[in-house]
Design a protein around this ligand. Structure first.
Ligand SMILES: Cc1ncc(C[n+]2csc(CCOP(=O)(O)OP(=O)(O)O)c2C)c(N)n1
Ligand SMILES: [Mg+2]
Length: 334
């Protein structure tokens, strides 16, 4: 499979820098009480951005867990706008406009994996082109949903890519307590599909692995399980204190393999990146985030919109709940 060319690599690095810069700003906004809980992307950028750059945005769907949104910029600037609304308490579903093929983040672990398989199966039944990529963590892989969906996808040869981001932690649970298997990729053998392990700190390797999985998917050869190994450089979320359980020597070793540092070094050596470019991109990232935050602050909260987008036609039970909600709000909101 081809590696990303120089231009693609520059774009990948740009998206990685934007994600890291915006993540830092989000952390501060949460600490200032301006937004809700967030899960930092730090350490996951090469995997998320590398994977997304191997997809065809017009035909391929992405289902993020909750750590991915800042890395999905390639799918459109609207993703950040939707994410900022979500961070201010708006339901995410209604804000990712058509035709962007990104499904709202899933906080309930592994719950998006059966959705991804259903979506992929539906696409193959309708002869739609494209593939579906679903992100989930090492922790999410312990859920029944993962095994059920993986099994069905193998039988149906659904065009789906299972991307397990092994960041070595599920909050404070290390992978040694998560599974007794040799690897997360090896779980693919029970589904009868290929399992691949990749160094998730190198976006070129992730790009290559996802390109290959995509090729299989769109050619009717079925799903692939990719385990992309990274290290969670930050806290689990803004509600976590990792100094209580992450061994400091392990964290300092991981910081030396920070995916941004190694790629920046390589690109600079090849004259594909400079300090000026770095400053310019960081400045853009912050301005873009301020703009998205401002837009979100100026959007009135509509509590009943949490009931939108559940079904194509609203069910009787939902209609009753909507009526009850609107009545209890005393008509103050829609
Ligand atoms: C079904 C379910 N069980 C438990 C939780 C609580 N929870 C939130 S995040 C998390 C850890 C997830 O770890 P992993 O899947 O490895 O993702 P990471 O946060 O490391 O990116 C847990 C247990 C949840 N959100 N959903
Ligand atoms: Mg994890």
């Amino acid at each position: 499979m081809p590696k990303p060319n120089d231009n693609q690599l520059q774009m990948i690095f740009e998206d990685m820098v934007i994600a890291r810069t915006q993540a830092g700003r989000l952390w501060n906004l949460q600490r200032q009480g301006q937004i809700g809980t967030i899960a930092p992307i730090d350490g996951h950028e090469a995997t998320i951005v590398g994977a997304v750059h191997a997809l065809e945005t017009e035909s391929d769907w992405v289902l993020p867990q909750y750590r991915e949104p800042l890395g999905l910029r390639r799918y459109g600037p609207e993703i950040l706008d939707a994410f900022m609304l979500y961070n201010l308490g708006h339901p995410l579903g209604g804000h990712i406009p058509d035709p962007i093929k990104v499904v709202p983040s899933q906080i309930s672990l592994a719950a998006s994996i059966p959705h991804a398989v259903g979506l992929a199966w539906g696409m193959s039944l309708k002869n739609d082109p494209g593939a579906v990529l679903v992100f989930f963590g090492d922790g999410a892989s312990s859920e029944g949903d993962f095994y059920e969906a993986g099994n069905l996808a193998g039988v149906l040869k659904a065009p789906v890519i299972f991307l397990c981001v092994n960041n070595q932690w599920a909050i404070s649970t290390p992978t040694s307590l998560q599974t007794a298997a040799d690897s997360f990729a090896s779980k693919s053998s029970a589904f009868g599909i290929p399992g691949v392990q990749v160094d998730g700190n190198d976006p070129s390797l992730v790009f290559e692995a996802v390109s290959e999985a995509r090729e299989r998917a769109v050619n009717g050869k079925g799903p692939t399980l990719i385990e992309s190994t990274v290290y969670r450089l930050g806290a689990h979320t803004t509600a976590d204190d990792p100094t209580r359980y992450v061994p400091s020597e392990e964290l300092s070793a991981a910081k030396k393999r920070d995916p941004l540092l190694s790629l920046q070094k390589e690109l600079k050596k090849r004259n594909l990146w400079s300090d000026e470019k770095q400053n310019e991109v960081e400045k853009y990232a912050l301005e873009r985030m301020d703009e998205a935050l401002e837009k979100a602050k100026n959007t009135p909260l509509q509590p009943s919109s949490v009931l939108d987008h559940c079904f194509e036609t609203e069910t009787l039970r939902l209609s009753k709940q909507r009526k009850y909600l609107l009545e209890s709000l005393g008509g103050a909101h829609e």
